[in-house]
Design a protein around this ligand. Structure first.
Ligand SMILES: Nc1ncnc2c1ncn2[C@@H]1O[C@H](COP(=O)(O)OP(=O)(O)OP(=O)(O)O)[C@@H](O)[C@H]1O
Ligand SMILES: [Mg+2]
Ligand SMILES: [Zn+2]
Length: 448
């Protein structure tokens, strides 16, 4: 599974590049399909591997090339042996029959022509001449045309493996001639587990919660998680603590994030503004902090929607569940949906904003206002009730009120917790101006 370190230090992402399909995590659908194709001998002329950064596309391209040209007589299924001259050369990127090209730095038509000149040459050692074109979306229009001609009718000994993060930038003519494989983001649990295995192999012992933090920041990219582990160890050593990780990556601890959300749920706008001030003044990475808040909100949504009594299957640490349940209940399901939407929007806007601080502050204030909007909602409900009664007397029909709640698809599978019965609202009748103001606010609230 590991590459011998060349000279000096090899970064973890390279050192632990999978050398077998079995070591590739999170992409069982891709592995299964490729293995079927190889074992039945129905290998397409051209493959397109797509998916977000660091999910295993280049790795898979090399594995597939190795599997196709492996020289070992004895192999486990279709796995490349990893030991024959061909496998070793491919892994080093030095095989004569496997031509790797990075389209990001070779995007011109001449670059492609030059590479394809040798296309009729028989493979030197293996069964196939295999062209791996990475970041293929970067090719110029004329380079794509040059490629198209060959991809359409390559010699029988030629295979193409194209990889990209941006499939939408690839001409339809090329797409339609490739067998396409979509790589998924790797899950939190899979990344955490992989990090743990690598730490054990490397004699690293990061503190409680550190690996999870790295996994959360990686947002589904295994390479990103490993690069951050490298960075952390470089700064804080082999036993880096959660506090050190927070400092290195400019994060805010989860306890503080939960406290912030509790304060906002209680309508405490001032604490929100103070929090924003601290984030900006201490030089923390605002985008990272917001990403952590979004991730936390997603967990709160799952906890609230599933009515979970244990953390199983929720991708949540068991000891955190009580605190998460408490905060989730403060917002309620609709409040959490609003929270998730507002934070996601804030995170997107912060990147482009001339004054990111204002964007963050107003978001927090809006969130703190949720509580007062909610009491307005109950006031509105009371008025609706009064209006209904008036209408019953005058015998006029009203259209059913729309209630739209859209919830993250991840929680759809979970059982919905029974909602608490709404408390009846009693009191004086609203004045006309109150009524107008409330109707206005209701409209705004629903428009969100
Ligand atoms: N699915 C995976 N399973 C195990 N390790 C992985 C996986 N994906 C990525 N890695 C790790 O990340 C490193 C980089 O992966 P790779 O180069 O295959 O990503 P990629 O999808 O080609 O990314 P990019 O879009 O940036 O080119 C690998 O060397 C490996 O250490
Ligand atoms: Mg790649
Ligand atoms: Zn081999």
């Amino acid at each position: 599974m590991t590459e011998a370190p060349a000279r000096g230090y090899t970064v973890l992402a390279r050192k632990y590049r999978p050398r077998k399909f079995a070591d590739l995590i999170g992409q069982p659908h891709v592995v299964q399909a490729l293995q079927n194709a190889i074992s039945t001998g129905r290998v397409a002329q051209a493959f397109l591997l797509t998916g977000s950064r660091g999910t295993g596309k280049t790795t898979t391209a090399r594995l597939l090339a190795s599997a196709l040209n492996c020289m070992a007589e004895q192999r486990t299924g279709v796995e490349p042996c990893g030991e024959c001259a061909s496998c070793l050369d491919v892994a080093r990127g030095e095989d004569l029959d496997v031509i790797e090209m990075d389209a990001a730095s070779n995007s011109r038509v001449d670059d492609i022509r030059q590479r394809l000149e040798s296309i009729d040459t028989r493979p030197a050692r293996g069964r196939y001449r295999i062209y791996i074109i990475d970041e293929v979306h970067m090719l110029s229009a004329s380079a794509f045309n040059a490629l198209l001609k060959t991809v359409e009718e390559p010699p029988a000994h030629v295979k193409f493996i194209l990889a990209t993060t941006n499939p939408e930038k690839i001409p339809e003519t090329i797409l339609s001639r490739c067998q396409r494989y979509d790589f998924r983001r790797v899950t939190l649990a899979e990344i955490s587990q992989r990090l743990q295995e690598i730490c054990t192999a490397e004699n690293l012992a990061p503190g409680e919660g550190v690996l999870r933090m790295l996994a959360e920041m990686a947002e589904g990219g295994m390479r990103d998680a490993l690069s951050r582990l490298d960075q952390l160890v470089a700064f804080a050593g082999e036993k880096a603590s959660a506090e050190e990780a927070e400092r290195v990556f400019g994060l805010v601890g989860r306890k503080k994030l939960l406290t912030l959300l509790e304060q906002l749920a209680a309508g405490d706008a001032k604490s929100g503004i103070l929090f924003a001030e601290q984030v900006f003044d201490s030089g923390k990475d605002v985008a990272e902090v917001l990403a952590a808040l979004v991730a936390l909100t997603r967990q709160l949504l799952i906890v609230q929607a599933s009515g979970a009594s244990d953390a199983q299957g929720l991708d949540i640490a068991a000891d955190e569940l009580p605190a998460l349940k408490r905060t989730a209940a403060l917002f309620g399901l609709a409040g959490l949906v609003y929270l998730a939407e507002l934070l996601t929007e804030c995170r997107q806007r912060v990147r482009r904003a001339a004054f990111p601080r204002v964007v963050v502050e107003t978001t927090f204030v809006k969130l703190a206002m949720l509580k007062s909007l909610e009491s307005l909602e109950s006031l509105a409900a009371r008025m609706d009730e009064a209006a209904d009664q008036a209408l019953v007397h005058s015998n006029v029909k009203v259209p059913e009120q729309e209630t739209v709640t859209h919830i993250d698809s991840t929680i759809e599978n979970h059982k919905q917790a029974p909602a608490a019965p709404a408390a009846p609202v009693r009191g004086r009748a609203a004045t006309e101006s109150e009524e107008r103001a409330v109707a206005e606010l209701k409209k705004k609230f629903r428009a969100r």
